[in-house]
Structures are given as C-alpha cells and as structure tokens.
Design a protein around this ligand. Structure first.
Ligand code: ADP
Length: 461
C-alpha cells in the first residue's frame, strides 16, 4: 500500500520526465537536422565557389598551367578537402594527395564527422558556356564541419539538456508541492474518518482546499462529525433522561408503598389515586418510548386510507375543550368551508400528530391564553397551523426541539413531558411526505405549521 501523496508524486514525476525526455529529444533532433542542412548548404556553396574560381582563372589565362588555381591548395588543406584539376579531355593538370590530408591533421581546423572512405565529386568548369576542364573535390566525410560548427552544435545540445534538467528539477519540486496540496485535505479527512470510526466525534477538519470536490468532502465530513457528535450527546442524554424519568415515579411509588406497609401513611383512596397517576405517567413514558422505537425503525407499519383532515381535527379538538375550559384558554378552530381537505395517510398516526401538537399548545399556554387551529389550502398544499400564546421557545432551542428527549430548560422543571412528542410528530410528518415548521417567540407564543401535499399518496409505501 502506498500513500496518496507518494502515488501522486510518482505519477506527476513520471509524466514530467516522459514529457521532458520527448521534448528534449524532439528539439535536439530538429536542431541537429536543421544544422546539418545548413552545413550542407554551406558546403555546396563552397564547391560552387571553387568551380567559379577555376572558371575565372581559365578565363583570365586562356589555358591551364600546372599552377592554375594552386592558390586554393592552402585553403583546401585547411578545409580538409582535396582538389584535382583536369583539362577538358580529362588530362591531369595538378592535384593534391588525399594521404596528406591525414598527415597534416595537426593543422586541421575542420573536423571530420564520419571519418571513413575517401570519396570525390567531379564538377565541370565552364568558360563562356563551354566545358574547359573538370575539378575533383574529395573528402573523407560527406559533411565537413568546422570546430566552430561543432562547438556551436554541442553548445546548443548542452543547453537543451541543461534546460531539460532544470525543468526536471522544477517539476520534481512542483510535483511534491502539488501532491501535498491534493493529499493534505484527503489525508486530513481520512484521519478524521478513522477517528470517527473509533467513536471520537469531537473533531473537525481544518485543512481547507481550493479544489471544489475536496472542499465539499471536507465540509460534509465535518457536518457528519457534528451530527454524530450531536447524536452521541443525545444518546448519552437519552440514557440519563430515561433513567431519571423512570426512577422518579418508581421512587415515589416505592416510598409511598413502603410508608403504607409500615403504617406511616394510612391507605386512602386519594393516596392510591395519586400512586395510580404515577403508574399511568410511567406507562405513558414507556408507550412514548415504544412508539418512538417504532417510528425510528426502518419499516414502519402503515394503514393507508383517505383522511378528511377537517373531520379529524374537529374530532380531536373535542378532547381539548375540557382542558381549555379548565385553564380558561380561548380555543378557536378556523376552517375555510367548501374546500377539500383530503390526504392519504395513516389515520391513527395523523391523529397522534395533532394530539401531540395540541397537547403541547395547551401544556405550554398559561391560564387565560389562547390556542388557534387553522386549516386552509393553497394550490398544491393543505396547511394546518397550530398556534398558541404560550411561553414560546427561545431561538437557541428551536433547531433542537424535534430531537429525541429534547426539552427546553424552561419546560423541563415546570411542565410534565419527556421530549418525545415532537420527535414522533417529525417522524409522522416525514413518512407522509409533509413538512413542519415552527415560529416562536419567548413569552409571545408559537406557531407550528404542517404542510401536506395534496397528492401525498406518492410518498406513502
Ligand atoms: P414534551 O413532552 O417535553 O412536550 P416535545 O417533544 O413535545 O416534548 O417538546 C419538546 C420541547 O419543545 C418541550 O419540552 C418544550 O420545551 C418545547 N415545546 C414544544 N411545543 C411547545 C409549545 N407549543 N410552546 C412552547 N414550547 C414548546
């Protein structure tokens, strides 16, 4: 197994080396070819100059002598080529000895590229359009290069190789930097997931990246960590809260029963009723926990049917008139007539949803307050609003009130409850493809708005 950084560095490096080698070879070859073409051109021009020189010599002298054009000998030795002059009938006039080219190598300023077989080329010498002789130009190589030529060529090759090396060094550096740039956030997120898998949720990745996908990955793992952390807190609190909720009624029962057994308390109907209430409360908690478990399991049993929300709400509201009267709460039910309020759903669950919302509304509304239920539609939705003038919910609690066992500090001391009602509400809303929103202001009241889609049967399994 290799690290992502190593893998990326090797990949970058291989690509760079490959590219640099190809470019170097290509540039090198192109320059060499062009240079050779140039040298051949120069050589042809020199041959042409030699022929013209002999032609001029003949034109001036009118005939060939054994010294015609011998002034070229020195230059020919220096240039490492060999001249032989013939008249028009191919009779030998003068010529240089090819052997001497080698003997005089200490004087050479020409460098023979491919030291090999001596070969000659014959050129016609013309004067006024008539062939007056021939000159052989012989050399040991097809292309003759001067030392300057060679130096020039090799300095170019050296520069190409040098720039190749420099580029290679730069790309090694860049590949290290880039691979780190890519790998650092990935490594960070990978370390973070390892920690998350070990149950260490209190972590955050801070290695920001300007690569969109990596940044999204980093952010979503951060969100995941936050959620897991929150869930972990909830789980811990769930255990503490359940223990607390269970212990309280049990203690009350135990103490009272012991006192009655010991004869400290007389056994009266009132006492027994109080104890029974504790047992009922205890049973309610267990029921709530049980329904929560059912909602949070993957497969929720549903008996889907057509529900007339108006009828259902009127029915449920009846159960709350007594509480309303007892607390002198003004309870209004507004419904726009002649409209269809039908949805598909599980009637019992929808009933439980509104019972939970209304129970909260009445529970958290003090005497002489008001609770309003409104039912209306828009083009695509059926909307139910449950509004109260109760204690309200502080802004910092609002995002959490649908969490399991979440109760605000204000409510936990004074009002009976166990922080499960709204979690169940949220689950019921979700399985019906609806949404729930809450607006609340401390001391003023709260509004819970549930929006059902008119064609919500698509959402139901
Ligand atoms: P509980 O059994 O405590 O009522 P819920 O899940 O129904 O549990 O509600 C969670 C918390 O949200 C409550 O403890 C309370 O703090 C807050 N809450 C819910 N409904 C209202 C409301 N209508 N007015 C004020 N606070 C509310």
């Amino acid at each position: 197994m290799q690290t992502i950084r190593k893998k990326l560095s090797v990949l970058f490096l291989l690509c760079s080396v490959f590219t640099i080698i190809i470019i170097t070879l290509f540039v090198n070859r192109t320059i060499s070819n062009k240079f050779d073409e140039y040298v051949v051109e120069i050589q042809n021009k020199r041959h042409q100059d030699i022929v013209t020189h002999f032609s001029d010599v003949y034109s001036n002298e009118g005939t060939w002598t054994s010294i015609s054009g011998t002034e070229l000998i020195h230059e020919a030795y220096m240039g490492n080529y060999c001249l032989t002059l013939w008249d028009k009938d191919k009779n030998y006039i003068w010529g240089m000895n090819p052997e001497e080219l080698d003997d005089r190598s200490h004087l050479k300023s020409m460098v023979v590229q491919d030291q090999g077989v001596f070969s000659t080329k014959t050129f016609e010498i013309k004067s006024e359009g008539v062939i007056v002789g021939y000159v052989d130009i012989g050399q040991y190589s097809s292309v003759l290069l001067t030392k300057e030529d060679i130096n020039f060529k090799s300095s170019i090759i050296r520069s190409i190789i040098f720039s190749g090396m420099i580029t290679l060094c730069i790309s090694v550096g860049l590949s290290l930097v880039f691979s780190k740039h890519f790998s650092a956030p990935i490594k960070d997120v990978a370390n973070m997931s390892v920690k998350l898998s070990r149950g260490d949720f209190d972590i955050k990745s801070i290695a920001q990246s300007n690569i969109v996908e990596l940044e999204e990955l980093r952010k979503s793992v951060n969100v995941l960590a936050e959620k897991l952390n929150h869930q972990d807190d909830l789980r811990k609190r769930l255990i503490t809260d359940i223990t607390h909720e269970v212990r309280t009624p049990l203690n009350v029962l135990q103490n009272n029963l012991e006192a009655m057994i010991d004869g400290v308390f007389p056994v009266t109907t009132e006492r027994l009723n109080n104890l029974n209430e504790e047992v009922i409360r205890f049973g309610r908690l267990l029921n709530n926990l049980n329904s929560l478990k059912e909602f949070e399991s993957e497969h929720i049993k549903q008996n889907v049917e057509i529900i007339f929300l108006d009828e259902l709400l009127i029915d449920i509201s009846k159960d709350f008139y007594t509480v309303a009267q007892a607390k002198n709460i003004q309870f209004n039910f507004q419904l726009i007539p002649d409209q269809q309020f039908t949805i598909s759903g599980d009637k019992d669950k929808i009933k439980q949803l509104f019972i939970n919302l209304l129970s909260n509304a009445f529970k958290f509304t003090k005497e002489n307050g008001m609770v309003d239920v409104a039912l209306y539609t828009d083009r695509e939705n059926i909307i139910v609003e449950v509004k109260d003038s109760g204690i309200g919910i502080a802004k910092e609690h609002l995002p959490f009130i649908f969490e399991r066992l979440y109760r605000t500090q204000e409510s936990s001391g004074q009002v009976e409850g166990n922080g499960i009602g709204l979690t169940i509400v949220k689950n019921i809303v979700q399985i019906h493809g609806a949404t729930i929103e809450v607006e609340s202001e401390e001391g003023i009241g709260s509004v819970f708005t549930i929006v059902f889609k008119k064609n919500n049967h698509f959402f139901l399994h």
